[in-house]
Design a protein around this ligand. Structure first.
Ligand code: SF4
Length: 396
């Protein structure tokens, strides 16, 4: 079986930050409003602000209902995602964050993140976000190429994207991330290289890189059916993914999760809490909650969400998780990270499944898709590229 030096693949420096985080629960707030729908997007959101005021009141009502959903009230991470959370104004954000502070206890060093679109990142808005306690920004950039931005229906320009990061730096944010998409129709390795060069000149700590997939309900799905767009070949996408990874690593980022890169150990604590299978509460239409035994997801319909909460009822569906489900999720989420799986932990928590999985993993190690030390095992970058198939094989 192929083994690699522990120093190379699981350095103590890399391990400590993950396990030194004492993460309690996380809170996610889904803000389902967008200026217009991006063509690749399948997330639940509406391109209208009509129900924004009612939405804020409904979130407050949901917080009252969810207050005792979990045993603990200690919150380590707060994440406003969407949709476009930066579409909420100062007063609306303040009403929601105040209510969260009154209901739960945020750790002193809690990570408080908010997603922004570049066109909203004005100096005024950013200093307001700092005052409200946000200490981490994720800016939805996707590409710095103006032709591509237009072709995916983004409402910002490349110049606005660069300006938004400079404004965030000037406002004092010390933890700024951006999203980048590989495989947009009409993109190329050359366009990606130009994007990466721009990133290298900016002061950002975190880059999330997604290979375009066609989401159901996205405009791209219909455009593909009508042959109006063409997808890149899988081999090209794999090459571009490895090129992005090599480049970002060469300028100081760690490839710490299949889609995520961070500088100076500024990993997303909110995501780490998911990978550590911590409990979380999701507020807003389509948001998911997890209490360690079951998962719930709120109705993906803003009008029905608001109307039912007006009557004091939260509409959601629920799935009880079996130990098999929890094990499969543990495998999937941890194998997506550079820390991989710790033998001691998995042997203790899942003794009934582990020996079978371990045997299957030996095959992947021999093929260079996984690598191990005496106490951990993980996917290699090549393995990450084939991870969907590998997870299907490993699941029990
Ligand atoms: S990508 Fe973001 S801004 Fe674009 S439609 Fe989806 S949620 Fe809205």
């Amino acid at each position: 079986m192929k083994k690699e030096s522990g120093k190379d693949i699981f350095s103590i420096k890399k391990l400590l930050p993950l396990f030194s985080y004492q993460i309690n629960m996380g809170i996610y707030v889904h803000v389902p409003f967008c200026r217009s729908k991006c063509f690749y997007c399948g997330f639940y959101s509406v391109a209208s602000l009509q129900l924004k005021e009612n939405y804020v009141q409904s979130i407050i009502r949901e917080i009252d209902i969810r207050a005792d959903y979990l045993e603990t009230r200690r919150v380590s991470t707060l994440y406003f995602g969407g949709g476009t959370p930066s579409y909420l104004d100062a007063q609306e954000l303040e009403v929601i964050t105040n209510k969260i502070h009154k209901t739960w206890d945020l750790d002193k060093d809690a990570e408080c993140s908010i997603e922004m679109n570049p066109e909203d990142a004005t100096s005024e808005k950013l200093s307001m976000l700092r005052k409200l306690g946000f200490n981490r920004l994720t800016i939805g950039i996707q590409t710095f190429n103006d032709r591509l931005l237009k072709s995916i229906n983004r409402t910002h320009s490349s110049l606005q994207a660069i300006q938004s990061i400079e404004n965030a730096n000037n406002a004092g944010f010390e933890n700024i991330g951006l999203d980048l998409i590989i495989g947009l129709p009409g993109s190329s390795a050359q366009v990606l290289e130009e994007d990466l060069k721009i990133i290298s000149r900016l002061n950002i700590d975190h880059v999330s890189v997604y290979i375009l997939s066609i989401d159901s309900n996205s405009a791209f799905e219909k455009m593909l059916e009508k042959k109006k767009i063409e997808m890149h070949a899988d081999d090209d996408l794999a090459e571009q993914y490895l090129m992005v990874s090599d480049y970002l690593k060469s300028i100081g980022y760690e490839h710490y999760e299949i889609s995520n890169f961070a500088k100076n150990c500024k990993y997303s604590k909110h995501n780490i809490s998911y990978w550590q299978q911590k409990a979380y509460i999701g507020l807003g239409p389509s948001a998911h909650s997890f209490d360690l035994k079951s998962r719930q997801w709120n109705i993906s319909h803003i009008k029905k969400y608001i109307d039912s909460l007006d009557k004091g009822v939260l509409l959601f569906e629920k799935e009880e998780l079996t130990s098999r489900d929890i094990y499969n999720e543990y495998l999937m989420t941890n194998l997506r990270t550079m820390w991989g799986i710790e033998y001691k932990l998995v042997e203790k928590e899942f003794p009934q499944w582990w020996s079978v999985t371990r045997k299957k993993m030996n095959v992947y190690c021999n093929e260079g898709l996984m690598c191990s030390t005496s106490d951990r095992i993980r996917l290699t970058e090549k393995g990450w590229l084939l991870s969907d198939g590998i997870f299907c094989e490993l699941f029990v």
